[in-house]
Design a protein around this ligand. Sequence first.
Ligand SMILES: Cc1cc2nc3c(=O)[nH]c(=O)nc-3n(C[C@H](O)[C@H](O)[C@H](O)COP(=O)(O)OP(=O)(O)OC[C@H]3O[C@@H](n4cnc5c(N)ncnc54)[C@H](O)[C@@H]3O)c2cc1C
Length: 381
Amino acid sequence: MILSWLQLPIVDRINIAIIGGGVIGLSIAEQLSRRESDVYVFERNSNVGMETSSRNSGVIHSGIYYPPGSLKATLSVKGRDMIYRLCEKRDIQCKKIGKLIVGSGENAVVQLERLLKNGEANGVNDLSIKYRDEIKKIEPKVEADYAIYSPSSGILEPYDLLTMFRSKAERQGVMMALRTEITSLRFTGSDFEISGISSGSRFTVAANTVINAAGLYSDRIARMAGIDIDSAGYRLHYCKGDYFRVSGKPPIKSLVYPLPQEFSLGIHLSPDMAGSLRLGPNAYYVDRIDYRIESDPREFIDGVKDFIPSVSGMDIHPDSSGIRPKLQGPYDGFRDFIIKDESSRGLYGLINLIGIESPGLTASPAIGDFVADMYFREIKG
Ligand SMILES: Cc1cc2nc3c(=O)[nH]c(=O)nc-3n(C[C@H](O)[C@H](O)[C@H](O)COP(=O)(O)OP(=O)(O)OC[C@H]3O[C@@H](n4cnc5c(N)ncnc54)[C@H](O)[C@@H]3O)c2cc1C
């Protein structure tokens, strides 16, 4: 049943308010409600997971790319293992289809070796370099001199993961307030006054703890709480990625990626759980949230035809798009996830999650765990 805030039992105070019903907010709700009661998820859309959480590649990353010691590295490696355990328990379905990161020429082998060492430093211990003949045995249609092979990369249907978090959370008593947008957040000195619009009507409620998991809007929520997002380094930049779907029988069964690029992992080929194949996403900065597909399909064919020439003869058609909530602007270097208890700013009881771009889906169960630890240690203390 889909309820707005006003259809839920009327209360003027709640224990924990989670803003955002994406995979991150729902994972946190599932974790916290194991031990806490009176947990609410506020989601402005008519259902959960309608934004970035359902507009991605659905790839379970193994944890190769991110700087060792970063949250992106540690939480994706841990999250990947947690997801595979959920699959073994049949809580969700996934497929460990493996991944090739391909390159040709002398420069490529140097970059691939560097990437492999980075992956190993992150605890990804099953990586190997493959040469042309070995690549052909794994994927006969791929043309490349070298590749990193990552057998523990896989795929899932993102909606299955977030639905599993949602069902478990609801069974543990979490209330889902859908069609409920938070429009103001104020620390009173002892708790938070949260106001919003639920199915067209205004409401205000007090909360002991607020967890900001609002994805593309999380910097705005932080600003509502009184944080100067520029000096805090919380301002988000939107980096869009379009996808095209390949018609007909997929020429590959594994994930096939080029060497990573500055702002993204590069246009890649990802089979999905239904057995079809997508190309993308590309990466371009935009200044507003608009999911219409704007890219030229030739960019996608050109992006992969060097390593999968057979794609040139295939039909592709626009599929979907997603927008990365990036802390890294067009001229910046690497930025990690921000997951922060804000008591050092005097905002006791606020946890911000900002910049949860890829590998956020993979990391989601580990992020839920991480935030629950932070809550019980720093806030409940
Ligand atoms: C193109 C693309 C490809 C990706 N591919 C992968 C991949 O293959 N593997 C991987 O691990 N990760 C991938 N990611 C990253 C992953 O999708 C995200 O990290 C993850 O979905 C983030 O989830 P979230 O819950 O933080 O955000 P969201 O899903 O955006 O959820 C935030 C929610 O907050 C709600 N909200 C916002 N403001 C308010 C408000 N004021 N009041 C109430 N509700 C509000 C929104 O409606 C939204 O539902 C990809 C991302 C993109 C963009």
